[in-house]
Write a protein that binds this ligand. Structure first.
Ligand code: 5RP
Length: 225
């Protein structure tokens, strides 16, 4: 999709020589990673910290050297996609199942840049089912607890068996009616035993790169809201 390519490639402007860069997961940040690989061939020097095994493979193919997250003090900039972005730049992420590593890496970054085609921009979060990573033990019980918060839920399957994240966990997709208070919901979900993390990324994005109705690039800055 051309929109994903435009916003994905624009994000490389936030990357400077010598930086450690969090590399997100998905079909939009794919274009960022490909472009970073091209720039490295022209002399850019960076290290990447991948948010998934899929992205680790892509970074290797692009010739981007990787840093071990346990051997660095911080990440200069993390770039990632989103499933939904609200006017406060709160996000739903995890459509690709990488939410836990994505959140660890976004939190470790001095600057978190989101690349989102216009279809991701919403007035209220919640049309997209919220991905929640849970441990396999007691998954049906954990599922019931999530439902008690008002969601319709499905345990994610892939090829006829429960989907497993890169961390070996299950993912429950939870369809809440409009999420009017994402900050409260993020906390309530993470208090349920069995929940490892959920895909609400509240007050984390510094910049969202998207397109307006005329297909021009728009840079939304959290600090200018
Ligand atoms: C993966 C994610 C992705 O960033 C999100 O699903 C958006 O993906 P895409 O850029 O393919 O639309 O959170 O876990």
């Amino acid at each position: 999709m051309i929109e994903k390519k435009i916003v994905g490639e624009k994000a490389v402007e936030f990357v400077k020589d010598g930086m450690t860069v969090g590399l997100g997961t998905g079909s939009t940040v794919y274009y960022t990673i490909i472009k970073l690989g091209q720039l490295m061939k022209e002399g850019l020097s960076i290290k990447g910290v991948p948010t998934s095994i899929q992205t680790e493979k892509l970074a290797n193919e692009c010739g981007i050297p990787l840093a071990n997250i346990n051997e660095i003090d911080y990440i200069d900039v993390a770039i990632d996609g989103a499933d939904e972005v609200d006017p406060q730049l709160n996000l739903i992420k995890g459509g690709g199942g990488a939410l836990l590593r994505e959140k660890i890496i976004a939190r470790a970054a001095k600057e978190f840049i989101v690349v989102a085609d216009p279809a991701k921009i919403v007035n209220h979060l919640g049309a997209f089912p919220l991905p929640i990573e849970v441990v396999p033990f007691g998954v049906e019980m954990t599922n019931k607890q999530i439902r008690l918060l008002g969601a319709e839920t499905t345990i994610r399957y892939s090829d006829g068996i429960p989907y497993r994240s890169d961390n070996g966990n299950y993912v429950i997709d939870a369809k809440f009616p409009n999420i009017l208070d994402p900050i409260s919901l993020e906390h309530k979900l993470n208090l349920i035993p069995g929940v490892v993390e959920n895909g609400l990324f509240n007050q984390m994005a510094d910049v969202v790169i998207t397109l307006n109705a005329e297909k021009s690039i728009v840079i939304k800055n959290a600090h200018e809201k």
